[in-house]
Design a protein around this ligand. Structure first.
Ligand code: B12
Length: 213
C-alpha cells in the first residue's frame, strides 16, 4: 500500500496516532500537499460519508475521522505553496447557527490562505448577531458562510437580513457554500456568490480581487 492510500486508511479507521506522523513524514520528504489532501484526506471523507449512509459506521467514528482531517490539514497548511504577494483582502468565515460541521470551512480557509487572503475564522454555530459583530469589528471585504445541514440553511438568510438591518450589507461581498447549497439558492437569498468547493472559491475570489485593482 502506498503512503497516500495508507493515509486514507488511517483517516477511515480513525488512527490519529499513526496518521499525523505519516503526514508529517510525507511532507518533509517532499510529497505533494495537494495530492495528500485530495487523494488521501478527501478520498477518506468520501468513504466515511458512504459508510455512514450505508449504516456500517456511526457518529463517534465520523467524529474521530473529522479530528484526523483537521489535525492533518493543520500539518499540511505550511506546505501549501503560498504566493509571495501582499494580501488580496480580508475574509470573515464561519459556519451558520445550528451547524457544527467545520471540515469544509477549514479546507476553504486553507486554500484562501494559500492565495494570500487574510482570514478571520469565527468558528461554527455562529449566530446572526455574532456574524454582525464580526463584520463590525473586522470590516472584511468578503463574508463567507458555510452550512452542511438543510435545517441550518435558513440561517444564511437570517444572517443576511441581520447584516442589512445593521447597515453592514452595502459594500460587503457575501458568499455561501456547503454540500446542500446551489447557485440558484444563493441567488434566491440575495448572496453575492456561491462556488462548489474550496479550490473554485479561492480561484473565484482571487480573480475578483484582481478585477477590483
Ligand atoms: C463529517 C460529518 C459530520 C461530523 C462533523 C465533524 C466536523 N468537525 O465537521 C459530525 C459527526 C459531528 C456530524 C454531525 C451531524 N451530521 Co454530518 N456529516 C459529515 C459528513 C460525513 C462529511 C462532511 C464533510 O466534512 N465533508 C468533506 C468536506 C471537505 O466537504 P464540505 O463540507 O461539503 O465542504 C466543501 C464544499 O461544500 C465547499 N464549501 C463548504 N463551505 C463553504 C462555504 C463557502 C462560502 C463556499 C463558497 C464553499 C464552501 O468547499 C468545501 C471544500 O471543498 C457529511 C456527509 C456528506 N456527504 O457531506 C454528513 C452530513 C452533512 N451530516 C448530516 C447530518 C444529518 C448530521 C447530524 C444532524 C447527525 C445527527 N443525527 O446528529 C449531525 C449534526 C450536528 C450539527 N448540529 O451540525 C447529513 C446532512 C443531511 C442534510 N440534508 O441536512 C449528511 C449529508 C450525512 C447524510 N447523508 O445524512 N457530521
Amino acid at each position: 500500500m502506498n503512503a497516500i492510500e495508507q493515509i486514507k486508511q488511517y483517516v477511515v479507521k480513525g488512527n490519529l496516532r499513526a496518521l499525523v506522523p505519516l503526514v508529517e513524514e510525507q511532507l518533509s520528504q517532499g510529497a505533494d500537499p495537494s495530492a495528500l489532501l485530495q487523494d488521501g484526506l478527501l478520498a477518506a471523507m468520501d468513504e466515511i460519508a458512504d459508510r455512514w449512509v450505508d449504516g456500517s459506521i456511526f457518529i463517534p467514528e465520523v467524529l474521530v475521522a473529522a479530528r484526523c482531517m483537521n489535525a492533518s490539514m493543520e500539518k499540511i497548511e505550511p506546505y501549501l505553496q503560498k504566493e509571495d504577494r501582499a494580501s488580496r483582502g480580508k475574509i470573515v468565515f464561519g459556519t451558520v447557527q445550528g451547524d457544527l460541521h467545520d471540515i469544509g470551512k477549514n479546507l476553504c480557509i486553507l486554500m484562501l490562505k494559500a492565495k494570500s487572503f487574510d482570514i478571520v475564522d469565527i468558528g461554527v454555530d455562529v449566530t446572526p448577531d455574532q456574524f454582525v459583530q464580526a463584520v463590525q469589528t473586522h470590516q472584511p471585504d468578503v463574508l463567507c458562510m458555510s452550512s452542511l445541514l438543510t435545517t441550518s440553511m435558513p440561517n444564511f438568510q437570517t444572517t443576511i437580513d441581520a447584516l442589512e438591518a445593521a447597515g453592514l450589507r452595502k459594500g460587503l461581498s457575501i458568499g455561501v457554500g456547503g454540500a446542500p447549497v446551489t447557485d440558484a439558492f444563493a441567488k434566491q437569498i440575495g448572496a453575492d456568490f456561491y462556488t462548489p468547493d474550496a479550490v473554485s472559491l479561492a480561484r473565484y475570489l482571487a480573480a475578483q480581487s484582481e478585477a477590483a485593482r
